[in-house]
Design a protein around this ligand. Structure first.
Ligand code: NDP
Length: 278
């Protein structure tokens, strides 16, 4: 049987509509502030997309644009001003920052209650303790795409251990009672580890590295990777056609995890606003 295609676009559209509906019922408008340092074109596109999606959900979004030459002190002062602004519910510092800036210190400066990217160490600690807090958007999107998949006791393998994706996904799956293996570039015999997975999450950044014969028949495969090939095509970490022959369900790239990230950012902004104001 061909794999069920997990349609991230559709799930994200539903979530965005739900957020918009909840925002409409509020007596206030949640506010998201995005800090963009420098002129990186990809970051500028992401920020524009976030602005549009927020507006469509009834969330007020503003972008604080700072020049490439912004120093550490000035950036932290800008973040602190947003922390102190009672009208701002969510703060997102667009990454990557220019190399002369200390990303960790900037993220640590964000008020954890407004940290809608879920990267502040307080929120990271809460997530790893299985406690409520603001959790990173892409991993939350991954978990939402697993809705309807029985996770309790399931053997889950996460390939990639970044702070942004792999580690938080592993923590979330653990909290949902999956039995999690977190694999990475030093994992011995990665194909064998993947073959043990009933649920396989790949967040690596290597085009089509995961082959069809790495997939257990009937596994669920969520491919977070976004890789551009020489011919301009976007592909995931998994060789899609081969893996779809083995898997019970699979996310496409594009149209899988990608659309979930912004939808979850909107939901996090609403969550932060509700916690602060209601
Ligand atoms: P990072 O580069 O931070 O992390 C990659 C991880 O993959 C590392 O843990 C690394 O291991 C591991 N890895 C690298 N090569 C191999 C290998 N040959 N075998 C096994 N593991 C390997 O990437 P991110 O986590 O930030 O992103 C991963 C992918 O997800 C990228 O393609 C990115 O574009 C995409 N992405 C998509 C998003 C979306 O919205 N859909 C959002 C964020 C990311 P080690 O730790 O040992 O170096």
């Amino acid at each position: 049987m061909p794999a069920r295609i997990i349609d991230g676009k559709a799930v994200a559209a539903t979530l965005r509509a739900e957020v918009a509906d909840r925002v409409r019922r509020l007596a206030f408008r949640p506010q998201l502030a995005v800090v963009l340092v420098g002129e990186d074109p990809a970051s500028a596109v992401y920020v524009r997309n976030k602005d549009r999606a927020a507006a469509a959900a009834g969330i007020a979004a503003s972008t604080i644009r700072l020049p490439q030459s912004t120093g550490q002190k000035a950036l932290i002062a800008a973040v602190q001003a947003l922390n102190d602004d009672p009208d701002i519910d969510g703060i997102l510092v667009q990454l990557p920052l220019p190399a002369h800036l200390d990303t960790r210190a900037v993220i640590e400066a964000i008020d954890p209650a407004k940290d809608v990217d879920g990267l502040n160490p307080i929120n990271v600690g809460l997530l790893h303790d299985g406690m409520p807090g603001l959790a990173p958007c892409t991993p939350r999107g991954v978990i939402k795409l697993l809705d309807g998949v029985a996770l309790r006791g399931t053997r889950a393998v996460v390939v990639g251990r970044s702070a942004l994706v792999g580690r938080p996904v592993a923590a979330m799956l653990t909290a949902l009672d999956a039995t999690v293996t977190l694999a990475h570039s030093r994992t011995r015999d990665l194909p064998a580890e993947c073959r043990r997975a009933e649920v396989l999450i790949t967040a690596v950044g290597r085009a089509e590295m995961i082959r069809g014969d790495w997939i257990a028949p009937g596994a669920v495969l969520i491919d977070v990777g976004i890789n551009r090939l020489g011919d301009g095509r976007l592909v995931g970490d998994a060789a899609y056609a081969e893996c779809a022959e083995k898997a019970a369900a699979i996310t496409p790239v594009p149209g899988g995890v990608g659309p979930m990230t912004i939808a979850c950012l909107l939901e996090n902004t609403l969550t932060a606003a509700m916690a602060r104001r209601v």
